[in-house]
Design a protein around this ligand. Structure first.
Ligand code: ADP
Ligand code: AMP
Length: 213
């Protein structure tokens, strides 16, 4: 099953994607995580990604397509995926359709998380991510067991693009370039709008109802 988790930055896509992957038994494909991994390697490509990410701008479509092509060719991604933070432009949505069609797959559903802007800013600026297992805590809503350390023992860090200024820029990119992608999927009747406000468990229950799992 191929599912797109859609929504503005900080809406809870990554948190819910991780829960859905264990239910659906398909991998999470999060382009943001893949870009941060590449950046962590210090490669030229990673440096190019960072030039955009640091400013809250979308990375151009071409390198994103290369990342996705590689990922979808991996054996673990053959039975479906939960796409998180991708597609983010109309060009990306078209290329995802084409890539999936090559293996006779198509998007089953687009789950669009709705969260008010100010809540989104609070969620993103309070996020702390484990550098070992990738779990995202929130300093107020879902605090770590001890400050600075994940339950797995990994170190918690704040993303450089989770400052209020950059989060607002990312939101503007979402409005200008990403939100129009919803219209593309709505025309095909694929979109379920999900209220993203409430506990992580409440939001998960809404997503599961929508997917029928
Ligand atoms: P996204 O992947 O959409 O950017 P995340 O899943 O990383 O968002 O969530 C952003 C922040 O909000 C994280 O700190 C996460 O712990 C927190 N969060 C996620 N879902 C909820 C929720 N339902 N209620 C409160 N905080 C949440
Ligand atoms: P995320 O981890 O999804 O919040 O993404 C963090 C940043 O990575 C974004 O602000 C963009 O700069 C970049 N990024 C992630 N996914 C994409 C994508 N599909 N297209 C373009 N840029 C992306």
């Amino acid at each position: 099953m191929d599912v797109v988790l859609f929504g503005p930055p900080g809406a809870g896509k990554g948190t819910q994607a991780k829960r859905l992957t264990s239910l659906l038994k398909v991998p999470q494909i999060a382009t943001g995580d893949m870009m941060r991994t590449e950046r962590g390697k210090g490669s030229e490509l990673g440096k190019e990604f960072d030039r955009y990410m640091a400013q809250g701008l979308l990375v151009p479509d071409e390198p994103v397509l290369t990342l996705i092509e590689k990922k979808l060719a991996e054996p673990e991604a053959q039975a479906g995926a939960v796409f998180d933070g991708y597609p983010r432009t109309l060009a990306q949505a078209n290329s995802l359709d084409a890539l999936l069609a090559k293996s006779k797959r198509k998007i089953f559903k687009v789950l669009a998380l709705e969260v008010p802007l100010e809540e989104m800013v609070i969620r993103a600026t309070g996020r702390r991510t484990c550098d070992r297992c990738g779990h995202a805590y929130h300093m107020r809503y879902n605090p770590p067991p001890s400050s600075g350390t994940c339950s797995c023992g990994g170190k918690l860090t704040q993303r450089a693009d989770d400052t209020e200024e950059v989060v607002r820029k990312r939101y503007q990119e979402y409005i200008d370039k990403t939100k129009p992608v919803l219209g593309f999927y709505k025309e095909r009747g694929l979109v379920d709008t999900i209220n993203g406000v409430g506990s992580v468990e409440e939001v998960e229950a809404r997503l599961r109802t929508s997917l029928g799992v």
